[in-house]
Each structure stands twice: as C-alpha cells, then as structure tokens.
Design a protein around this ligand. Structure first.
Ligand SMILES: [Mn+2]
Length: 556
C-alpha cells in the first residue's frame, strides 16, 4: 500500500487512571487494576440455563420433536458465531438421535437472518420445526410467515431485542424483557450452548462440556463480545479444554496458522482461527466451515482444512487488492474527514474487512459500497475509536433500505441513484456531530513504571487480569524514556518492530497495526511508550518485550 503518512504520534490522549496510578508497589498495582475493573473477587460463575426466559418452552418443543422423530432444521448464520453455534447444537441433537440438519444462509443470496426462502425450503421438506442460532430476534414478519405455513420456530439469539417480539413458539435470549438471566452478554453460540445444557439435563444425557467450550470461547472472541462475567469463564475454560485436546478441529486450524496450542491465546484464536473459519462464508458459502467442524475422519478433516486454507489465502489476496484500490481513492480526498466510496466490482463479502484496513491506515471512518450478486448495492462501514458511525448514519437512514450497526461498524443496502446524495449527507452530518473536527480518542494508562525496575514476576502477574478483549483490554503502562535505536515494518508492513534503549538495558518492542506511521517520527527519537510488558521465549531464552499501543515523542 502507498504510504499515507496519515497518522501523527501520539495517536491517543493518554488518560492516567487515578485509582490505579497512585500505587507504586507492583502487587498493589495489579490488585488496584482488578478492583478498578470490577474483577477482584469476581466469581465468574456459570449461571443456570433455566434462568433464560423461554428455555422451558424451547426444551419441551424440542423433546417432543425428538420423541416423535420430527425433523429439525437449525438455522445459523454465515459468521463464526452462527456457524459454531449451529454445529454445536446439531452435534448434540444428533447424539440424542434427533433428525437434525443445518441450514447456513449465504451473505450474497439469503442475507442475514430467517428468510422466506429458508422457510419455504423447510416447508417443501416437511420440516415442522426450525431453531435459529445467532439470529431471528428481529425477524418478526418471517417468523409469522413460518407460522402461517405450519412451521414452529424457536429463536435462540443474542442481538439487540426489538420492541415487537417475533411470534415464535419460544424465544431463548438472555436480554428478552422479564428475563432473570444475570449476564446479558452471551454470544449466539453461548446461547445455543445454554440450550444444549438445558436439553441435556432434561434428557439425562452424559454431556462432556469440554467438547463445546472451545467453540463458545471462539464465538465470544470473534463476535467481539465483552470479556466480562460469564464470558471470562467461557474463554478460560474453553482455552483449557482446547489445550487438553478436546477440539481437534480448532487445534488443526491454529496449527495451520502457526500457533501450536501451547502458545495460543484468545488473541490468536480470534485473529487466525476466526478469519479462517470466516473465509468460506465471506467468499461464497459458510457450509464448508460447518462441514469441516463436523468431519470426524482425520484425513478428510485435513483435506477440508487445506481447502479452507486456500480460500483464506484467496480471501486475503482479494481483500488486499480491494483495500489498495479504496485507499488510493480515499487518499485523493484525504482532506475529507470521512470517506464514502463505491465500486460495483468490489466483493460484497469483503468490503467490511477492507473498510477496516483503510480506516486503520488513514485513521478516518470509511464506508465502502458495492453492487452485490443479486444486483442490490450494499455498504459496510468502519470507524476508529472516538467516532460514532451510528450517529453519522442514523439521521440519514431514510436514504437506505436496511441499516444496522453501532458506533464502530455498520451495514446497509442502498439504491444506486441514492449513493451520491448519501455521501453528501454523511459529510454534512460529520460537520454537525464533530464541529471541531476529529476528536482524539483516549487510552487509559494504569500506571507509570520505570522500565529498568520491571520484574518478570510482575509481567506474569498481569495474566491474572486475562482473558483480555472488549470490556477488559490489556492494561497499558507509561514506560520510558527510551531512545529508538532501530525501527522496521514487519508482517507485510502492518506492524512496527522497534529496539529501544533505556537507562541501562535494551528492549525489543512490537507495535501492531502501525500502518501509516512515518518511520522518521520514531527512529532516533527519544520517546515514552504506552505498552504492555510481555515475557517472550525465543531459543530457550526469556526476554522482556513491550507490546506498544502508542508512542509519544519527548524531544520535539
Ligand atoms: Mn453473533
């Protein structure tokens, strides 16, 4: 990609947390961070599935279906959460001799959620029961349509609950009003897993949870659900079960990505295993990923894994080309604070991830629009921390056909002739919402540390705060001053590798997603860094390294 020189250091406003920064002793700092984040003494317990409203009704209907040998159609989604959730439920129902089958929609032809098409197929195959996984809560009309056709629908979902609930036989959702479920942030697969637990109890099945937990962990990470409460427990137990060999499929994907189980963390699980399992669904259909996860014969499993690997390389290639083209277009209008770009040839499964790449490079929100396979124009947008994309688009939603999203990401469909009007409206809206231009996003600094005094024990103790993710980021420390001795881009130019010289020691450091930062802004300069210290083992030698979030030059 061309160098945009778009990002000036420091990238963030450093905000020092008063609760944790006042401590100087290492042990006190970790304790203060845990307390500050509400994690100290937090029990991270699993809650009873029966606390989710609709669970009882759902179990009763499914048990009847099993008893009467009725066919059951599991309707999942095209992303990792919807795929693994459907696969888990299918595996369990099969183990209980149910006549279960999976339907996974394609992004291109079916779109997200319960479609008329999938209901018609169920009717044609005389399937009397559909169970949704990771979708359905907003499919009011189509659930009604299924009902008219004599098909019962059980909805299991975790998406935002609309004011009018669909007319389903049962709704299994941790946030459905009047629910007494204590943890609202389950993933779609997490909800499906709760249904499995409830069914298993009813059936007196001999369930080994360890076969399911790695999938739930993966779904939480790839769906970017908050890593708090029950989700922390799921990730910890899921990774433990994975390491103990309970999930040969995820293990194979992780190894293919270069991450043997001994070193894999939630981060790599999300990035590498997640993007592989997502690749078939992005390019065409998610069915291949489901086939892979359901294959039990090792040679066939390896064969499908290779195919997924090829698709993932192809996905990456197309995505790179798309992102490069979009970046060129965006740079021609770099004076604008937000980029709304369109090209009918872009791949509709990849505009979201490409938008995210361009955003990372320029630091601006980016919306990419393409003409989909069915002739409809579709858009996908991404915004950096500190910019609320939802606030920019929502007032103009009347120009769109479907629109959904939140502060950081959105998706919609639009008529071709409206694109120009939409682009103009979004630029105007940006000036209304951000009259002073770009707000600088903030990061929280947990403490100022003297790098020469950092001990291995402290670095190991940081793990007490893990697993990390949304709602529980890795703690950042203000470290310095350092002289930057070397600086090189690695990983295809995405990451910056630095060697830092401190008072009487040297440390290596890695700055992930550092694209757009000019080498001249760091090389040879005196800086302080916002970073997390890590112990890195290489050739049997343990080294203290820094994972950098931001750099602040001190000598300017
Ligand atoms: Mn989901």
């Amino acid at each position: 990609m061309p160098n945009s020189n778009g990002r000036k250091l420091p990238l963030y406003k450093w905000s020092y947390c008063p609760d944790t920064c006042k401590h100087e002793d290492d042990g006190d700092i970790i304790h203060a961070i845990l307390t500050h984040r509400g994690l100290y003494g937090a029990s991270d317990v699993y809650h009873s599935p029966s606390l989710i409203s609709g669970m009882k009704a759902a179990c009763e209907r499914i048990l009847t279906a099993i008893k009467n040998s009725e066919s059951i159609l599991i309707h999942g989604d095209y992303d990792v959460d919807g795929i693994v959730g459907a696969v888990m439920l299918h595996r369990f129902l099969k183990s209980q001799n149910a006549d279960s089958r999976i339907f996974l929609p394609t992004r291109q032809n079916h779109g997200y959620g319960l479609s008329r098409d999938s209901i018609d197929k169920a009717v044609a195959r005389k399937i009397p029961l559909i169970i949704t996984v990771d979708c359905g809560i907003s499919d009011f009309t189509n659930t009604g349509y299924a009902r008219e056709k004599g098909v019962d629908v059980i909805i299991t979902d975790h998406h935002q609950v609309p004011s009018a609930l669909p007319p389903a036989i049962a709704i299994v959702h941790p946030q459905v009003p009047h629910a007494s479920y204590p943890f609202p942030n389950l993933s779609g697969a997490g909800v499906a897993y709760k249904l499995i637990l409830a069914l298993s109890e009813e059936l007196g099945a001999n369930l080994d949870e360890r076969y399911y937990l790695p999938y739930v962990a993966l779904s939480i990470i790839t769906d970017i659900m908050p890593v708090t409460g029950e989700n922390r427990r799921f990730i910890k137990d899921g990774i433990k079960a994975l390491r103990e060999g309970y999930s040969p499929h995820i293990e194979l994907m992780a190894r293919a990505a270069g991450y043997p189980l001994a070193i894999i963390t939630e981060r790599e699980l999300g990035i590498h295993v997640g993007s592989r399992l997502n690749a078939p669904g992005r390019l065409k259909t998610p069915v291949l990923s489901a086939q892979f996860l359901l294959e039990e014969e090792t040679t066939k499993m390896v064969k499908i894994a290779d195919e997924i690997d090829r698709l993932n390389s192809r996905r990456r290639e197309i995505q790179e080309g798309l992102a490069r083209k979009a970046l060129e277009m965006a740079m021609k209008e770099n004076h604008l604070p937000i980029h709304v770009l369109h090209d009918p040839t872009w791949h509709e499964g990849l505009i979201g991830t490409a938008a995210s790449r361009v955003m990372e490079e320029l630091g601006h929100p980016v919306i990419l629009i393409t003409k989909g396979e069915t002739g409809t124009w579709k858009g996908s947008g991404r915004a950096p921390e500190g910019i609320d994309l939802f606030k920019l688009i929502a007032p103009n939603a009347n120009l769109l056909n479907h629109f959904g999203g939140h502060a950081g990401a959105c998706g919609f469909a639009i008529d071709g002739e409206q694109i120009g009007i939409f682009r103009k409206a979004i630029l105007e809206q940006f000036n209304i919402v951000y009259p002073d231009g770009f707000p600088t996003p903030a990061i929280e600094i947990s403490a100022q540390l003297k790098p020469e005094k950092l001990e291995e024990k402290f670095v190991e103790d940081i793990n007490a705060i893990a697993p990390f993710g949304r709602g529980n980021p890795e703690p950042l420390f203000d470290l310095g001053p350092f002289g930057v001795e070397t600086a090189n881009f690695v990983g295809g130019g995405n990451h910056l590798k630095l060697s830092l010289k401190g008072k009487n020691h040297n440390n290596d450091a890695i700055f992930f997603s550092a694209k757009g930062i000019a080498l001249g802004d760091v090389l040879g300069r005196t800086v302080k860094i916002a970073a997390t210290p890590k112990m890195n083992e290489f050739n049997g030698k343990r080294n203290l390294e820094f994972q950098i979030k931001d750099i602040s030059p001190l000598d300017s």
